[in-house]
Design a binder for this molecule. Sequence first.
Ligand SMILES: Cc1cc2nc3c(=O)[nH]c(=O)nc-3n(C[C@H](O)[C@H](O)[C@H](O)COP(=O)(O)OP(=O)(O)OC[C@H]3O[C@@H](n4cnc5c(N)ncnc54)[C@H](O)[C@@H]3O)c2cc1C
Length: 672
Amino acid sequence: MARAARERSEQERETHAFPVGGLGGSDGIQNAVKIAVLVKQIPAPVEFRMHEGRLVRDGVPLEVNAYCRRANAKAVELAGADGEVVVFTMGPPAAADALREMIACGAHRGVHLSDPAFAGSDTLATAVALAAAVRREGPFDLVLAGLNSLDSDTGQVPVEVSELLDLPFAAGVRDLDVDGRSFTARLETDDGYHTVTGDLPVALSAAERLIAPSKAPPEVYAEVADDRILRLAAADLDVPVEQLGASGSPTSVGPVRVLTATRRALRAASVAEAVDMLEEFGAFVDPPEPDDAAADASPASAALLEAGTDGAHAEVGERSVWCFFTEPEVGAELLGEAAELAAWISGTVTAVTTIADAAERPGLAAAGADRLLLIESAAEPSEQAAALAAAAAQRLPWGLLVEGTRSGRVVASIVAARCGWGLTGDAVGLEVSPSGRLVAWKPAFGGRLQVPILSRSPVQMATIRPGVLALRPPRADAAELEAELLPAPPPARIRTVAVERDDADTGELRRARTVVAVGVGVEPDGYPVIDELRAALGDAALGATRRVTDRGWVPRGRQIGVTGHAVSPRLLVAVGSSGRFNHTVGIRNAGVLMAVNSDPDAEIFDQVDVGLIGEWQTIVPKLTAELNKRGIADRIRSSDAPTEGTATTRREMRVSDLRASRAKPVRASGRP
Ligand SMILES: Cc1cc2nc3c(=O)[nH]c(=O)nc-3n(C[C@H](O)[C@H](O)[C@H](O)COP(=O)(O)OP(=O)(O)OC[C@H]3O[C@@H](n4cnc5c(N)ncnc54)[C@H](O)[C@@H]3O)c2cc1C
């Protein structure tokens, strides 16, 4: 390494205090650890731009994914003076810069997987290549990766790599303490923290707040010598070439669906005009069901058939859609969706859950389940995955939907890697292709595109984040189900020793039809005024930006965005938030968006339908009064009451259909 870079990295190391009781405890370092770090180079998130329905790549700066920078910084800190940090990446020649930067920040060397044979890799094929490279350069005591990547946001690769290396895995490490051959980690969960313990070797993914990120300017990392990076081609890996790249990928991407209507970006001249717009856009009540049910058939599905890319596959297992969940409300969302898929394929719905107490899982049959499989004594994601994988591998269901909670995503990724099945992470819509295959729609680039993902494996998997699917009204006269017990899994190698919850009901936010999301522009002494607005919107749920939750003004479980929840309400009102990508990515599925901000140039105004410029202290009380005057709260409540026993159609429940309903004339006050 060039001297400047080396000196810089020495300084960096000094700035990161060694964790209390770190390697070897207070007596100092006893063992030199060898750490593998997985990093991904992505287009700079602020630069995600579309032109004529395509992602603009030319001239877009590339950078190391923010979470991966944390993984590298932590590895450098843990390795200390005696350990070794080896950074791995897979990508085109330009990806070597990501390795150079991490080396400039203290990593010892890099391994660059670069070969046309890797082109077209999905998450599993990427994990197969990375795991082979890690195995080749190992053994390692620790494999550290980022929680997920900000461009594709699946979080699957680190879990799949760990599964392929037969390492235990934990996601979202916020604090890490390594003591000799054992570790304790505090993990961020959806609504708080879990503390886990286990022994090395282990694979972990870094939460964004784990440590200050590894960052070096180009003029510094340009000095990193080429011989510090080992280039590996497919032939250098001990993996059959057919398991790599497109041929090794169980999923494929179909024709992209560009959302026809983007946000309107209108600015209302008054509060009354803003509420008029919200009424016109159907922000308070669901749109009427269209007469023509055939209109629901996606043109993209037909295109898939024509293109012959729907992975048509001889049926080998049972014609059932399995849903795995650990929370009853999340299960109800999945089961409702599964029931529709099952109707399409003339199959059944199987609920697979860890909820052992029948009293805590009422209404599964009413929600859509025809059969119930129970996994007992499986509190840890790896145990749940082991039991689920064993049962699914034996019976080969047509589809396997898994709750898209943080632990559910780990479960799904373990099953996918263990069984070699195609997994779509964070699907926002599911359909059946004309030849009977599962089409999982995934949002891309801020939700401006939707990409259909198809799987050619016998079992087709998808995770769906809670709140993305609306709850369906219950089926009438559904009898409760007898549970069939699945064989107990082997005990996990990582155990949870403490659970902290900082919000009793994050489910309220995920399921809400109306949300008011506050940014730091609203200080806590203003929250009573926000509460009055929420009441005027029929008791809207409270959401927040990360800067708000970081300050402890609102529990972390209320955070919306890339490191928080994805919400899909019919209406979301953003007050005092700037509209940064990391936040707005979590609100992209809202039906109608409105923002209040005092800065006329705030980014948020381009990303919402209706904007009101001004101090929230002035605007919000007027808005509340206008909503109350029009009796909006009552209209919202009566629109949201589900009607028992009536079958709902896809069209009634889909937020994406609200988007489609936006193709209306724009007002004169709309921006060009
Ligand atoms: C890896 C990573 C992950 C992240 N994940 C998330 C995430 O999940 N969720 C998230 O939210 N953020 C996330 N962030 C942070 C994100 O990038 C932004 O910093 C954050 O969303 C900004 O919060 P804000 O809008 O509240 O604050 P600011 O950007 O400071 O905006 C405050 C806004 O309030 C307005 N304002 C001030 N006073 C008033 C007033 N009186 N009336 C009206 N308006 C007023 C201002 O004009 C300003 O636009 C992440 C960042 C990183 C690096």
